[in-house]
Design a protein. Structure first.
Length: 323
């Protein structure tokens, strides 16, 4: 039987903590024999504080990490925890992870990636974490290649997932890798969850546009937002800003981190997402309203940016069927 150890650290988020037990625990052989044994441990003998108004008392100590085939570290967030502030493990957590055997499969859910990175498991590897923390994570661990657009990453013996429910995607992926699609699909049905979600976490990212000022390219950005449905060239943008194309492009990138065309495309996609979520307009109508011209262009841009079609996005966020 495959041994899964779930490490509950101080400040653990209960939802993420429960995912491995629920998903791996629902995996059975044809003869109702469990394929995994899931056990939860703390780094000490006492209760573990959670982010909610209750604590938990794991039945096991860190010793079970030494015999685990897979170790899962769910998201935990404790104020003043050095792993989030300086990228360092506490001596107690470091001692617990030192018990893990070489070759053990390591996995993180959401902010558990901070622990894996601080322990050196992600050095030189591609990993993900919750999109809200991706920038901070990358600055704290420059040796990790952060991909904030995916639901999970699989680098063989080290896997990471994005926020919250992406931990379910990751656990189903590990079951699929271990025992095939049929077993993983059966578990997904038991959990009333999709066995595979299209696209990545980019489709879940809220990208508010920061308020602009009265100088630089801010007035031109406001002008563009007010006329998303109309075609506009770089020459017209520069003319509105009363700059040369070269100066405008340079200033625009300095202020937004993107080229004018990239920024405008993202704003059009943001507007399209809003209309897909809140209206019953057809895709062609939405495309015309946000400046993509036709539905084919909108579909191509959404597939490239989010990995899903407008129809799939609408089903996820609005429950609509109109295409």
């Amino acid at each position: 039987m495959h041994e899964v150890a779930v490490l509950a650290l101080d400040g653990v988020i209960p939802f993420e903590l429960s995912i491995p037990s629920r998903v791996f625990g629902a995996t059975e052989h044809d003869h109702d024999e469990p394929l995994y044994r899931v056990r939860t441990c703390g780094i000490g003998d006492g209760p573990v504080r959670t982010t909610e108004d209750f604590a938990i008392l794991p039945e096991h100590g860190p010793g079970i990490l030494a015999t685990a085939d897979t170790v899962v570290i769910p998201a935990a967030y404790a104020d003043g925890d050095p792993v989030y502030e300086r990228g360092e493990l506490s001596p107690e957590v470091a001692a617990a992870l030192a018990l893990v055997r070489p070759g053990t499969r390591m996995a993180s859910i959401c902010l558990g990636s901070y622990v894996l990175a601080a322990a050196g498991y992600l050095d030189g590897r591609t990993a993900t974490t919750h999109w809200w923390h991706a920038g901070h994570f990358q600055r704290l661990f420059p040796g990790v290649r952060v991909d904030a657009g995916v639901l999970f990453t699989d680098d063989g013996d080290v896997l990471t997932s994005a926020g919250a429910a992406a931990g379910l995607d990751l656990c189903l992926h590990m079951i699929r890798r271990d025992h095939g699609a049929a077993v993983a699909n059966a578990v997904a049905r038991t959990c009333v969850a999709p066995p595979w979600r299209d696209g990545g976490q980019a489709q879940y990212v809220d990208r508010p546009v920061p308020p602009g000022g009265d100088d630089g390219t801010s007035p031109t950005r406001a002008w563009l937002l007010a006329r998303l449905d109309r075609p506009v060239s770089l020459t017209e943008m520069a003319a509105h800003a009363r700059m040369s194309r070269r100066t405008f492009t340079r200033r625009f990138r300095e202020e937004t981190g993107q080229s004018p065309v990239e920024w405008l495309t993202d704003r059009r996609l943001d507007a399209a997402r809003g209309l897909l979520e809140t209206t019953g307009l057809a895709v062609d109508q939405i495309a015309a309203r946000v400046g993509f011209g036709g539905g084919t262009s909108l579909r191509q841009h959404m597939r490239a940016s989010y990995g899903v079609s407008p129809a799939a996005y609408r089903r996820t966020f609005a429950g609509g069927e109109k295409t």
